[in-house]
Structure formats: structure tokens, C-alpha cells
Design a protein around this ligand. Structure first.
Ligand code: KIV
Length: 268
């Protein structure tokens, strides 16, 4: 197999991503495996996120709370073997950052597996972890709004955040704390569009990456199977798949199966 070069002079940095703010929208897609990472990188996507959506999209779990460090390390390493120009982001999974020490140790494991930055969910409540990760020199991306690792506390529902004044203020404060702690970027998931726009305007150098949060972000992230229609059993309301990979795969498989012949007969 032809493998991409290991040492790249064109590898992107978090600073490169920040320099796009206000100049060019930043496209982020999830990748959980080597071929997808290569395809997305060759298509010019600047950030590949090994998100813990891995749990649903690849591993067959009902939500992200089942994803472990072992799962993440395994998939980050597969993506890293693509040696992409893109930055590789990796989610710190559920219960892997309960203390600053635990967060730093697990962030280091993800970097050793090949990640360029780590992402964790939450604002003020994880600030000591974020500060410790940054103090260890590890690039960090925040995640505010709907926090999938808290799906059970949300009664199993993905809820829009920032709808009332208290929610709006909390999100603005959390974004400011993360920016001050040194987060280079922050995912805003299911945040109301006006609050998203306000955070984006006031986030300083921190890049906002939206998902289901309206257009006024510095970038957008999608779960790649949602974009290409390869996971047809659930598609979020705000997504219009650009392909129907699941339909095409099933058609190809059925037509191949229909053409099989019995041995020695030339017929079925
Ligand atoms: O896990 C994931 O894929 C994510 C994105 C939805 C931002 O966190």
C-alpha cells in the first residue's frame, strides 16, 4: 500500500487555524479510520476530529458515554497513520478528565497516539483541567452547548442551549473562561444562533466551530457519516446529507450477490 509521507513540511498548526478567523470559514469533519482520514485530508479539510461520536458511528453504542481511552487511542492512531497535513483533534472520552492529573495524563496518551490537540466538554466546571492541560503544553479545544457526554443528565435528549438569559450568560462566561485559559478553538453544539454569533464576536483569538448552531461561527463541524449518508439509521434534523452512501453500498452489494453463480454451472 502506498503510504503518505511521515514528515510533512506543510503540517498545519493551531496558529494557522486561528489565522483563518475572519478570513475563511474553517471546515472540520470527523474521521475515525485511516482511509477516511486520507480522503478528507486530500480534499483539503484542515481539521480531522476523532470525536467520541465514534461510539455511535463505528462501535455500535447508543451514546458517547461508552467510549473509553482504549477506543480513542486505537482510532487516533489509525487516523495518525495517514500523516495528514490537517490537524488531528481527539476527544477526551467520558470520565477521562475527572481531575487535572487524570486529564493531563489522558491528553498525553492521545498526543502519543498521534493527536495534535485534545477536546473536552464543559466550561467553568472543567476549568482546572483545561488550565492543567494547557500548562502541560497541550493544545486544547473546548466544547460548549449541548454536551453529549451528559446525555443521561439531559434525560436522553439533545437539547438546544442558550434559550434563556441565564443560559446565554452562562455560555458567554464559559467561552470567555476557556479563551482566557488558552483554548485555541471551541465547538458550539446546538447553541441558539444569536448566542453563537455573540460568542463568535467576543471570543478573541479563539475560533468557534459550530454544529447545529447556525451560520455565525468561524467554522463548522459535521460528523462525516451524517454528511455522506453512510449511517442512515439516525440523521440530525439540521443535516442534509450530500451523498447516500448507504443506499449505494446496498445497491452494489445486492447486484454483486445477484450475479453469483453456483460452482461448475455458470448459473445460479
Ligand atoms: O464527537 C464528535 O464527533 C464531536 C463533534 C460532533 C463536534 O464532538
Amino acid at each position: 500500500m502506498h503510504n503518505p509521507p511521515r514528515v510533512r513540511s506543510d503540517k498545519l498548526s493551531c496558529g494557522d487555524i486561528q489565522s483563518l478567523k475572519g478570513r475563511e470559514p474553517i471546515a472540520v469533519l470527523t474521521a475515525y479510520d485511516h482511509p477516511t482520514a486520507r480522503l478528507l485530508d486530500e480534499a483539503g479539510i484542515p481539521i480531522l476530529l476523532v470525536g467520541d461520536s465514534l461510539g455511535m458511528m463505528v462501535l455500535g453504542f447508543p451514546d458517547t458515554t461508552h467510549v473509553t481511552m482504549e477506543h480513542m487511542v486505537h482510532h487516533v492512531a489509525a487516523v495518525a497513520r495517514a500523516h495528514p497535513k490537517a490537524l488531528i483533534g481527539a476527544d477526551l472520552p467520558h470520565l477521562s478528565y475527572r481531575t487535572p492529573e487524570e486529564g493531563v495524563a489522558n491528553a498525553r496518551r492521545l498526543l502519543e497516539a498521534g493527536a495534535d490537540f485534545v477536546k473536552a466538554e464543559g466550561g467553568q466546571e472543567i476549568l482546572s483541567v483545561v488550565k492543567a492541560i494547557r500548562a502541560a503544553g497541550i493544545p486544547f479545544c473546548g466544547h460548549l452547548g449541548m454536551l453529549p457526554q451528559h446525555i443521561h443528565e439531559e434525560g436522553g435528549k439533545y437539547r438546544i442551549k442558550g434559550r434563556d438569559e441565564a443560559g446565554r450568560q452562562r455560555l458567554l462566561d464559559d467561552a470567555r473562561y476557556l479563551e482566557e485559559a488558552g483554548a485555541f478553538a471551541c465547538v458550539l453544539e446546538l447553541v441558539t444562533p444569536p448566542v453563537t454569533a455573540e460568542i463568535t464576536r467576543t471570543a478573541g483569538r479563539m475560533v468557534t466551530i459550530g454544529i447545529g448552531s447556525g451560520p455565525d461561527c468561524d467554522g463548522q463541524v459535521l460528523v462525516t457519516p451524517d454528511l455522506i449518508g453512510s449511517f442512515p439509521w439516525f440523521t440530525p434534523k439540521f443535516i442534509q446529507p450530500r451523498l447516500q452512501v448507504s443506499r449505494d453500498v446496498q445497491q452494489a452489494v445486492s447486484s454483486w450477490k445477484a450475479g453469483l453463480v453456483l460452482p461448475g454451472t455458470g448459473n445460479r
